[in-house]
Design a protein around this ligand. Structure first.
Ligand code: G6P
Length: 369
């Protein structure tokens, strides 16, 4: 087992550090050399379905559901198709209205999740075209779907999903670009800039992982916290949900992810010296808005860990801890921002002596209802 962990203490840490490689594998052959075009065979082979689609519904569970939320925004931005996101377990019993102009995209690392599989069956029965975004080749979900794209990140052993999440978000970005091009609704300069940055993502993640030591150090301050709140907006609201889920899963600390601006409608009442916040605040279109959330937390005595873009000096004066991430186009910020959040959850769990690879009560894939 030590050998399989490639010199790391745990599978989870190995999988976190593997992400530059796994994203390279995930991207291979999918962006043209000049970054002017994205090609996914699953889209190419089903052009008519993607051209005629009137709506896309993303279904998934757990971490894959968080990737779906990011996918929704990507598809809206690049394809101008209405998108919905549903928990597979709710979708399957929610009497969804679907027809043959619907595309249902099922996202699953394992390809075996029972609720997701049942959602696929229901969508097919109602005439929708079902597309899979999976990791495990030949699993039940890729076999049940009409077509799909594998994320190709290799076996994920740690129960808490890390490299599969970044692989899913990467494939959803590729899919949104490919479908946007197919439908002729995305301008070539957008494709060029996003595809170029996505192509460079393995190196960018490598760079991001340099925050490891700083995150490990700051994790010490939070080992005994009982509650955490994670805040983000826009593209990074789902990142906040995923960061909070990682912490819950492996450190057993209660954590809530919230859209930053919704904090004032409830969660702000919880904030005191005992309740730290993690605030995802890259230099994007919503940066100015989120700064005021940081101030609100600080003025109530809460500690703030801010995830900021490289070169941001202003935040250093306000937050207790700043972790820098490389500057990337806004739609790609979840990929880089999730790295320090994975590490933060990891080190807090290690500080507490928890079994990070096999947290209590959780299974890698949930094949029963
Ligand atoms: C379980 C795992 C999670 C995972 C979820 C969905 O709860 O512990 O890490 O996100 O199932 O799994 P899937 O394989 O469908 O992505």
């Amino acid at each position: 087992a030590q050998l399989e962990k490639g010199g790391y203490d745990t599978f989870m840490l190995k999988e976190i550090f593997e992400q530059p490689t796994t994203l390279r594998d995930c991207l291979r052959g999918r962006i043209t050399g000049d970054c002017s075009r994205v090609t996914l065979s699953g889209v190419e082979l089903n052009k008519d379905r993607f051209l005629q689609a009137e709506r896309i519904t993303l279904v998934a569970c757990g971490t894959s559901w968080h990737a779906a939320l990011i996918g929704k925004r990507l598809i809206q931005d690049f394809c101008q198709i209405p998108v919905e996101v549903e928990y597979a377990s709710e979708f399957r019993y929610g009497n969804p209205v679907l027809n043959d102009r619907d595309i249902v995209i099922a996202i699953s690392q394992s390809g075996e999740t029972a609720d997701t599989l049942a959602a696929i069956q229901l969508a097919k029965d109602k005439g929708a075209f079902v597309y899979g975004v999976c990791n495990v080749v030949g699993a039940s979900i890729p076999r049940a779907t009409d077509s799909g794209t594998y994320i190709h990140v290799g076996p994920e052993i740690g129960v808490a999903s890390t490299k599969a999440f970044t692989g899913q978000v990467t494939v959803l970005t590729l899919l949104a670009l490919a479908v946007g091009q197919l439908r002729g609704v995305i301008d070539s300069s957008t494709v060029q800039s996003v595809a170029t940055a996505l192509n460079a993502m393995p190196g960018t993640i490598e760079e991001t992982l340099k925050c490891n030591d700083a995150v490990q150090k700051l994790s010490m301050f939070f080992t005994y916290a009982h509650n955490f709140i994670y805040l983000g907006r826009g593209y990074n609201y789902p990142t906040a949900l995923e960061g909070a889920l990682k912490l819950k899963e492996i450190s057993y600390i209660h954590a809530e992810g919230y859209p930053a601006a919704e904090m004032k409608h409830g969660p702000i009442a919880l904030i005191d010296q005992e309740m730290p916040s993690v605030i995802i605040a890259p230099s994007d279109s919503l940066y100015d808005k989120i700064i005021s959330n940081v101030q609100q937390v600080k003025s109530r005595g809460g500690a703030v860990v801010a995830i900021v873009s490289k070169g941001n000096t202003a935040m250093k004066d306000i937050a207790n801890f700043c972790i820098e991430i490389p500057d990337v186009p806004e739609c790609l910020t979840p990929l880089v921002a999730s790295i320090p959040l994975q590490l933060l959850a990891y080190y807090i769990a290690v500080n507490k002596g928890k079994n990070v690879d096999q947290p209590r009560n959780l299974a890698k894939s949930v094949t029963v209802e």
